[in-house]
Design a protein around this ligand. Structure first.
Ligand code: PRX
Length: 649
């Protein structure tokens, strides 16, 4: 842990919307009097019917979370229409292509027309309020149009990251019974094509076997690559939108009407459909975007996430656009054409606020300072980090080399489930400690509890819970409210359990230590060990598998797989490679195993439970502290695994 403290920078303080005294005052009010606090801040968005009720939430019993419940609004209206009068000609989205010679600027007025046309196309093909529309897209403006068009007519979007496999896409289509898909012929990343339409075709075939009949696929022509075509089902985006009217009235939505589903991994079972609703989500996304990034009119803001993740939803699209911001959307990768790409884009578009992930920072740091220092970066004012704990070395490099010692870093902790940033510095208010997400945002009440659920006070180390609701919180697991209750509110009764471990220091600063459940964080991407295990055992040569994370220099965590083969199967490097390919095919490249160790036996208790704690230690080469192995059915297995680990690759 770093001992260093960085005071609030004078410029950040001079410029800020929230200084420390304001933070203290607002925070106090937000937890002592949430009704009044949120009644005031709820008005930051436009309501076609104003709310009279603010908070109606319970973390016990059936768990019910409602904010602004009698208000009516429309998210697309708030992100577009309400800005037209004042900033119709202001750029809403700067699109930077994978190829550095391609970019595009879309004004609010153009965004309005694009979204309205697409909303009319959706309507024409029978998409109605409450229907689920799956978006499987590259990082192109049409992905943003698609999300906003759904929001405009009240359809619920489910964005599936373009790096997911056909199997993963099929699972998500079936889970939410989505019969309308928006995709592109191909995506492009780092100069390489990604066969999105072909993947969609395969996913639809898989889904058909589970009796889901996808009615339409709307296809954006991105590369012009060769694709299959099913007449009657497949539709060209450009043809359909050309023929559509550029006006479409937004559908009034109740604050608690669903806005989107986003699938995320948990410690058990298949990924869960996290459901977010309209009013509270937008209030929270826009408010955090404004204050955490200290967003001022005219700032150019860039979040490098993909719209397939929650960061892309809240901080490329909804938060910034609700605030009338100029948001940059990047199609490419940090190392194409070379490791200087981020800094070139910052200079090219005069980016003021830059928000990225520690895994990218570490990779860029490894490439050497020259790539950074050859750029000017004079426009930069603020840096952000999200997705995993940032190690102090990477933090210091980000601060000194990228930010030239003049840009505060906001290390923002949050989750798909929380909808928006929860623990974070505010740039003009919070002293920084490298590696700490610092203090809670307004309305957020973190609590640390021990294994028994006892609340720990003062400086302490424990499991991170949140004591009361905030407007951006997820409302349920789509189609499975019981799973919502069991996953988040049963471990510690009456509290939302985050799944993260955390330390609070003497100054009340929070230091996230990583997941305490069976969820991995690989390059900032969340993966369930159970998902990787089930992909492995679906291979005909595998009888059993156990997957754990281990520290990885670039990725944060790497994927370590212990694999027991079917009797008579020969261990070989070819088989290892085949298993890696198999997992990539089943889930997608983000789940690529880093190490596979063949294990004739796994350490199990007498009741058959795999002792992952021991497997984690072996993966970390930490044999001295294996703990008590006497409860194992066969303690000899552990020695075998240690001896055999030389064998892993
Ligand atoms: O473990 C925490 C880690 O990422 C998890 C949430 O992942 P996901 O739902 O995919 O959302 C990622 C982007 C919001 C958390 O449970 N995490 C996220 N941000 C941080 C972090 N860990 C430490 N510091 C962070 N700033």
């Amino acid at each position: 842990m770093s001992e260093k403290i960085y005071p609030v920078l004078p410029d950040a303080k001079a410029n800020t919307l929230i200084d420390d005294a304001t933070y203290q005052e607002w925070y106090r009010e937000s937890v002592e009097n949430p009704e009044e606090f949120w009644a005031r801040h709820g008005k930051r968005i436009d309501w076609s019917k104003p709310f009279t009720k603010v908070k109606n939430t319970s973390f016990t019993g059936d768990v019910s979370i409602k904010w602004f419940e009698d208000g009516e609004t429309n998210v697309s209206y708030n992100c577009i229409d309400r800005h037209l009068e004042k900033r119709g000609d202001q750029v809403a989205i700067i699109w930077e292509g994978d190829n550095p010679y391609f970019d595009k600027k879309i004004t609010y007025r153009e965004l309005y027309a694009e979204v309205c046309r697409l909303a009319n196309v959706l309507k024409k093909h029978g998409v109605k309020k409450g229907d689920r529309v799956t978006i499987y897209m590259p990082m192109i403006p049409e992905a943003a149009y698609a999300m906003l068009a759904c929001a405009r007519i009240g359809a619920i979007h489910s964005v599936v990251f373009g790096g997911f496999s056909p199997d993963a896409l099929a699972g998500r289509l079936v889970d939410c019974q989505s019969t309308f898909v928006i995709t592109a012929d191909e995506g492009v990343r780092g100069g390489k094509p990604i066969p999105l339409k072909a993947n969609t075709d395969t996913a639809i075939e898989i889904a058909a076997k589970q009796e889901l009949d996808v009615k339409n696929v709307l296809v954006v022509r991105r590369t012009g690559g060769k694709i299959g075509w099913v007449p009657g089902r497949d539709l060209w985006y450009h043809k359909e939108t050309e023929a559509a009217e550029p006006e479409c009235a937004p559908t009034p939505m109740n604050a608690e009407d669903p806005l989107f589903i986003l699938y995320t991994s948990g410690s058990t079972g298949k990924p869960k459909g996290v459901l977010h609703t309209s009013g509270g989500y937008l209030v929270y996304a826009s408010m955090t975007h404004q204050y955490v990034f200290d967003y001022h009119d005219g700032d150019i803001y860039w979040c490098t996430a993909d719209v397939g993740w929650v960061t892309g939803h809240s901080y490329i699209l909804y938060g910034p656009l609700a605030n009338g911001a100029t948001t940059l959307m990047f199609e490419g990768v940090p190392n194409h054409p070379d490791y200087g790409r981020f800094w070139e884009v910052i200079d090219k578009h005069k980016v003021n606020i830059f928000y990225t992930a520690p895994t990218a920072i570490r990779a860029l740091m490894g490439a050497g300072d020259d790539f950074v220092t050859r750029s000017s970066r004079q426009s930069l004012r603020l840096l952000g980090s999200v997705g995993e704990p940032i190690n102090p070395e990477a933090w210091e490099w980000y601060y000194h080399v990228v930010g030239d010692n003049r840009c505060p870093i906001v290390d923002t902790w949050w989750q798909t489930e929380t909808g928006g940033i929860m623990i974070t510095p505010l740039p003009g208010a919070t002293k920084l400690k490298p590696g700490s997400a610092t203090r809670p945002f307004f309305g957020v009440q973190p609590q640390l509890v021990d294994q028994e659920g006892k609340v720990l006070e003062g400086a302490a180390d424990g499991n991170l819970c949140i004591a009361d609701s905030w407007p951006g919180q997820m409302r349920t697991v789509y189609g499975d409210h019981q799973r919502f209750i069991e996953t988040y509110f049963s471990t510690y009764k009456g509290k939302y359990f985050t799944g993260d471990g955390c330390r609070r220091d003497e100054d009340g600063y929070y230091w996230i230590t990583g997941r305490v459940d069976d969820v991995l964080n690989v390059s900032g991407h969340r993966l369930g060990t159970a998902e990787v295990e089930s992909a492995l055992v679906s291979h005909h040569f595998v009888s059993e598998a156990a997957v754990v994370g281990y520290p990885h220099n670039l990725k944060g965590q790497g994927i370590y797989c212990y694999v027991t083969l079917m009797a008579g199967t020969e261990e070989s490097d070819e088989l290892r490679k085949e298993l890696v390919t198999h997992v990539r095919k089943e889930i997608g490249p983000i789940a690529t195993p880093d190490k596979i160790q063949f294990a004739p036996g796994l350490p199990k208790t007498r009741s058959g439970k795999i002792m992952r704690r021991i497997l984690r230690k072996i993966a970390e080469d930490d044999f001295g502290s294996l703990g008590d192995t006497s409860t194992l059915a066969d303690p000899g297995v552990v020695d075998g695994l240690i001896a055999n680990r030389q064998n892993r690759q």
